[in-house]
Design a protein around this ligand. Structure first.
Ligand code: GLY
Length: 289
């Protein structure tokens, strides 16, 4: 049964703006479901869902991403299709509003898995992708946060989606601005297949959010699928993986998981992680905090 699960990032509970987060996640599920519900491919659905969140200024991806220590926006993203383990990723990219689509182009091109920085930008230009003024990705909210960076540095929040289509193909995608105040050139888990994103159509798909360095240390996305293989329980696998992130990785965050039967699971160690789900069994997208 086709199923889509989306997250809007693990993080602190904002004093205000919960309704905005809820509406943003709902719009992303709707964008992805427009593809998946019509019989489209899982990889197109996750790209559409993540693009919607990148375009929404309230999420830490695309426009609205957190700023580096230098006050710039550098984006990481990855995407994976689980039939033949095809994948693509970009890191520390500037001047591209939809990093997930650039990651998709890297995947479809097939020569490499990960391109970073200027090389990724050159690839985007050669692929005919639209560029934007890097400053157009800086929102007033993130600019003010950067000015107050002594207090807010390190806070994370990333977006992602996992989908299973009617052909039984699994796909996952993740996109982020990384952690606030990061050094220019820092690449986090969201650009790393196996850490921030993984999809294997025989098992399931995962998208992670949270402290990137901790997620990388425990190779979280792939680990979550190993737990799923052992336990055959999506919710349990998600929780055990987050426990691993906290205990062994020494960090906080969360993940969404979808198994090959279309069963969803998610867990987080942070106060908040908005999650949206849609399947033919639901009358409309279900958004949970
Ligand atoms: N999980 C997002 C990052 O740390 O880059």
């Amino acid at each position: 049964m086709p199923t889509l699960i989306v997250h809007g990032g693990a993080g602190a509970d904002p004093a205000d703006g919960r309704d905005e987060l809820r509406a943003g996640v709902r719009a992303a599920v709707t964008a992805g479901w427009r593809v998946l519900g019509d019989g489209g491919r899982a990889v197109d659905a996750v790209e559409a869902a993540v693009r919607a969140l990148e375009d929404h200024p309230r999420f830490n991806a695309g426009r609205g991403a957190v700023l580096t220590a230098a006050g710039t926006v550098e984006l990481d993203a990855s995407i994976m299709e689980g039939d033949r383990l095809r994948c693509g990723a970009v890191g520390a990219v500037r001047g591209i509003a939809n990093a997930v689509t650039l990651a998709r182009r890297v995947m479809d091109d097939g020569r490499h898995v990960l391109l970073v920085g200027d090389g990724a930008l050159q690839f985007a230009r050669a692929a005919g992708m639209p560029e934007c003024d890097p400053t157009s990705l800086v929102t007033e909210r993130q600019r003010l946060r950067w000015l107050d960076r002594e207090r807010t540095a390190g806070a994370a929040g990333t977006v992602g989606a996992v989908a299973l289509d009617r052909h039984g193909t699994m796909a996952a995608a993740t996109s982020t601005g990384g952690i606030a105040g990061k050094l220019p050139g820092r690449v986090g888990d969201s650009a790393l297949i196996g850490s921030g994103t993984y999809a294997d159509s025989t098992l399931g798909g995962v998208s992670c959010t949270g402290d990137g360095e901790a997620i990388i240390r425990v190779v979280l996305a792939r680990c979550a699928l190993d737990y799923l293989k052992e336990a055959d329980d999506a919710t349990y696998a998600a929780q055990v993986a987050v426990d691993l992130l906290v205990d062994e990785g020494q960090g906080h965050g969360g993940l969404i998981l979808l198994d090959w039967r279309g069963r969803t699971g998610y867990a987080h160690s942070t106060p908040l992680m908005p999650v949206g789900v849609m399947s033919p069994a639901l009358p409309e997208p279900r958004v949970e905090f």
